[in-house]
Design a protein around this ligand. Structure first.
Ligand code: NAG
Ligand code: NAG
Ligand code: NAG
Ligand code: NAG
Length: 179
C-alpha cells in the first residue's frame, strides 16, 4: 500500500513537471493561419466606405488622397456560408500619385479582430502595408498582436479570390513567429 501511494505521488509529480515544462507559449512558436476577408463595396450592407478625397461624388475618379474605411467580415472559408470568426477593420489611403490598381496601390493599416466564433476570441493581429496595386498577393507587415498573439510578429499575404461584385473576397495568410 505504502509503495503504491509512493508510485502515485511520483506520477503526480511527473505530470506536474511535464505541464510546467510545456507552457502554451511554447506550442505557438511558429504559426500559419488562413482566413478570408469579405468586402462588400456597394448596397445597404456595404463594408467599405470612401470616407474622403477624390472620388466621393464619382468613384471612378478615386485616386491620390482618397481615404477608405472598412469593416470586413472574416470567415474560415471563401464561401459566404463559411463560419464567421471576426472582422478586418481599418483604413486605406491612396498615398501615391500613381493610379490605384496599377502602380500606386493603397496604404492600409488594419486589425484582424477575432470574436465569438473563433478559438482566438478577444485576440487581434495588426497589419500594415500596401494593397490594391497590380501585383497580388499583397505582402504586409505584422508588427504585433494582442491577446493570444501578444509577442507574435511576422508578415501577412493577401490574395484576391474569385467572387461576384459588389462582393470581393481576400485570402489572408498570416505567418507568425511568437516569443
Ligand atoms: C443586408 O443585411 C440584412 C441583415 O443581415 C439582410 O437581411 C439583408 O438581406 C441584406 N441585404 C443585402 C442586399 O444583402
Ligand atoms: C465619373 O468620372 C469618369 C472619369 O473621370 C467620367 O468619365 C464620368 O463621366 C464621370 N461620371 C459622372 C456621373 O460624372
Ligand atoms: C452566397 O453566395 C451564393 C453563391 O455565390 C449567392 O447565390 C448568394 O446570394 C450569397 N448569399 C448572400 C447572403 O450573399
Ligand atoms: C469572447 O470574448 C468576450 C470578451 O472578450 C467574452 O465576453 C465572451 O464570453 C467570449 N466568448 C466565448 C465563447 O469565449
Amino acid at each position: 500500500m505504502a509503495r503504491s501511494s509512493v508510485t502515485l505521488t511520483y506520477i503526480t509529480i511527473m505530470l506536474l513537471c511535464i505541464c510546467c515544462l510545456a507552457p502554451p507559449a511554447m506550442a505557438k512558436k511558429n504559426l500559419h493561419l488562413t482566413y478570408y476577408g469579405f468586402e462588400t463595396r456597394a448596397g445597404p450592407n456595404t463594408t467599405l466606405l470612401l470616407a474622403a478625397g477624390a472620388g466621393q461624388s464619382n468613384i471612378s475618379e478615386m485616386g491620390f488622397g482618397s481615404i477608405f474605411v472598412f469593416d470586413n467580415v472574416l470567415r474560415t472559408g471563401s464561401t459566404n456560408t463559411s463560419k464567421v470568426v471576426g472582422h478586418n477593420r481599418g483604413t486605406a489611403v491612396a498615398t501615391s500619385v500613381e493610379p490605384i490598381f496599377t502602380t500606386g496601390g493603397l496604404y492600409m493599416t488594419a486589425d484582424h479582430i477575432f470574436g465569438e466564433g473563433s478559438k482566438y476570441n478577444g485576440s487581434r493581429l495588426t497589419v500594415i502595408g500596401t494593397v490594391a496595386d497590380a501585383y497580388p498577393p499583397y505582402t504586409l507587415l505584422i508588427p504585433g498582436g494582442l491577446g493570444y498573439f501578444f509577442g507574435c510578429s511576422g508578415y501577412a499575404s493577401s490574395n484576391p479570390v474569385p467572387a461576384t461584385p459588389p462582393l470581393y473576397v481576400f485570402k489572408w495568410d498570416f505567418y507568425l513567429k511568437c516569443k
